[in-house]
Structures are given as C-alpha cells and as structure tokens.
Design a protein around this ligand. Sequence first.
Ligand SMILES: [Zn+2]
Length: 493
Amino acid sequence: MRKTLCGLGIFLVFFLGIFSVAVQAAADPSIQLLINGSKVKPEVPLQLVNGRTLVPVYTIQEGLGIKVSWDGKNRKVTVVDGSKKIELTIGSKTARVNGTQKKLDVAPVIIGNRTFLPFRAIGELLGAEVDWENKTRSVILNKTVTPPPPKKPETPQTVKVTSIQQNDQVISIQISGKTEAKSFTMSEPNRIVVDVQNATLATASSAVPGQGTHPAIQNVRFSQFEPDVVRVVVELAGSAKYDLVQSASKVELKLKDIQSPEPSVPPVTNPPVVTEPVEKPPIVAPGNGTTQQPNPTPTTDPLSLKDRVRIVVDAGHGGKDMGATGNNAREKDLTLGIAQRLANNMMADPKLEVIMTRDSELDRQLTERGVKQELSEKVNIANNNNADLFISIHINSSTSASGKGTETYYHNDKSKGYASTIHKHLVQATGFPDRKIKQANFQVIKYTKMPAILIEVGFISNPAEAKEMLTPEFQQRVADAVYAGLKEYIENN
Ligand SMILES: [Zn+2]
C-alpha cells in the first residue's frame, strides 16, 4: 500500500519541546501544517496549550478525510477512521479508543466557539507519524490512508441446483436463482468444469438425464465441491469449444467445434478379436468362417458387383455404458434388440456378411472397457475387417419429454448417399417425425474408413416413442427397414 495524499490531507498533532514552559492557550499563526507533504491552511490559527499543538476539529475533519461528530449536549467529540473510533470529551484527558480508555497529555478544549483537539495525541491514536520541523515551524503529519473498513461481504443468496441434464451437446444446470458460474478446462482426459458459485445441490438423484445422447460427451458428473460450490464436470471424448450461457434459472454449457479424438488405441493390424479365448466368435454370415483373416486388400469394386458385402453393425453402448435411459427403457437394450434383428436378416442373405461389434449384453473385448476405448475398438473392428459399410444404432434422448423423431448422422460426403438411403427407409418404419440426415464428428463415423452412419431411431425420453421402441414388433420393423435400405444402397453403388 502506498502513502496517498488523503484528499485534503491529514492533520497533525505534536508537541514542541521548545515550548515546554506551561502557557495558556495561545494562537500561533506562524505554525504550518504539512499533511502527507502538502501544506494545509487551517481556517483559524493553531493553538498551543502547555506546549501541545491543538488544531480545530474542522481542520481535522477536512484534512484527514476522517469523520468527526460533535455531541454538544455531552460535549463529546467522536472521531471515526476506518474501523477505529476515538471518543474525546472536552476538558477530559481520558479518551476512549474502540471502548478502551487512553490517557491524553492535553484535554480537548473549546476556544472561541471552536473545538480544538490535541493533535499529537489524536495523530498517534490514529496511527500517524507526527513530527516537528523547527526550521520551518511546521507540524508534519504523515498518515497512510486507512482503507475503508472491509465491507462485510453481503452474504450472497445461496441458490439451489435442482438438476443437471444433457440434451445433445448442451448441458443444462437448473438453478433456483441468479448466481455466478465459472468454467475452466482440464486435460487428460479433456474436461470442462463448471463451478456454480453460492450454490448447494438439491437434486433428486445423482443421475444426469440425457447422458449418452451425444458421442462427444463421454460422461457428466456433479458434486457439492465446496460448501458453497456445485461442480459439474463434463468429460469429452475428443475436444470441443464451448459457450457458457447464464440466466436466472439455468446455466447452460453449449459445446461447439467438436473434434473427435484420434483413436486412443492405435489401429492394430490384426483383427480385433482378443487373444484370450472368447466365448462367442463374432457373428458372421454363413459361409464365412471367421473374421480372423479379413480380406487384406479391400477391393474397390462397386458394392453391387461384390459377391459379398461385409457390414459392421454396431449396437450402441453396452455393458456398463447404458446409453440414455428413461420411460423404463435403456438405450443399450433397444440398440441391441434392433441390431440382433438386423443381423438375423442379414445372415439369411448370402450376399451379405455381418460383423457385430457386440452381440450380447456383455460381450467380447468391449466388455468393461471405458467408453472411449470401446469406441476406438468399434472403429478398429470395422477398419481391420475391411468392412464395406458401417452402421451404428442409437436411441436419442432429450431433457424435454416432447423431443421426438428419427435422425441419421454421417460424417463425410462419401457417406451422405448411404445416410439418405437408410434414413428414407428408417423414418418410414418408425413413423416418428423426420429429423433428417445430419453431419457430425462422432468418432465411430469419422474414423471408420468405409461409408459409415449413425442412426438415432427415436427418443427414449418421449413416453410414446419409448413405449413403441420397447416392442419386438417395432424393433423388427426398424431392422427390416434398415435391411431394405442396405439392399437398395448396395444395388446402386
Ligand atoms: Zn447412444
């Protein structure tokens, strides 16, 4: 902290050794006041009383920027400087500093209708340096300006965090009132952290509805990180930028510029089948013994001219990774139900060969692995087996029960026609609103080398759509539609 000229300065006290002889109060116009290096002219001359300099209360108030109040009835002067309160009584050599008694050399006096205070004493009580320079006959007072007393931080209103939800690439944090949220990122794995300030958790459960609805978001979790901070951690599969949008009812984290990660597992040259014995070999079409010896050089023949077209069918999620849940349904079950029916159709077709990334609830090498690794494995299964086509089956979810419809994602242009063809059949089969085909960076459709799509059949968060999707009839209808779409696409490519 630096010394500052306190506005009009400060003031003084002091005592002059040279006037050690007792005298009556006497005005001495020759005495100057220097406060923090600036000359201050008092409106009336300073007084000397018994060798002590007294200064008019008015000068104190003006010069020091302190607050002086006068209680005429009790003849009391109160000086307030920051958190310090000095009480003086005319004619009394006892002062009170924050309630504690202090002795003064000289009592405050009233001279000619003005109240004079003993400056050295007051100065010292205020923590100032007081000095006398004989050559210039100056009372010098230097005082570091006391910062205003720390305002008691207004106890900020604590808000409640009532829910955390994911809707596609938006994380919504519902709050009961306006508060500040801070965000930052962390790496390995890439995370976005949102700290909601002055907040306490008041969520009904630890679940994050809609979790798993966007492949770029690996995991969303939250906690009462500090007594007044609720922390939400969004773990990314790759990397993303984001906007943090705050209002009185929610804080929204909106991902943008989503980048899928490089596959975390370097592509292996061998087929992805694990070295340990597996209970079930990958499901393959009749006539094809195994995926152990994939076609090493994928032909570039048009699909329509191929004897057999190899298709990887990915039932989204699985094992620990439930995908989205809601309305008594789990995404991983619905995707598996559709994928198995689709595989059955394909296996009956001698022109098609199917490889499933999983064919049961807990399965093969994907079991118990992290989602990120699992996604890479799915990519590897498709790439290492030189699949001709890839399809990933998912179920959508929204924070709103009214979200509904069918959509199909593709990444690169070579997959766009494939997406259109499958989507045309799919949307007809579901009977749900047409949310069209969309481009996205999802890992499983970005890093697969063949035309690849990801279908979102319907919304698990929508009671009517969930109810339908749970039925075997619906799942078979969707499987049949995708199969028909595959046949049409192969015929024309
Ligand atoms: Zn999914």
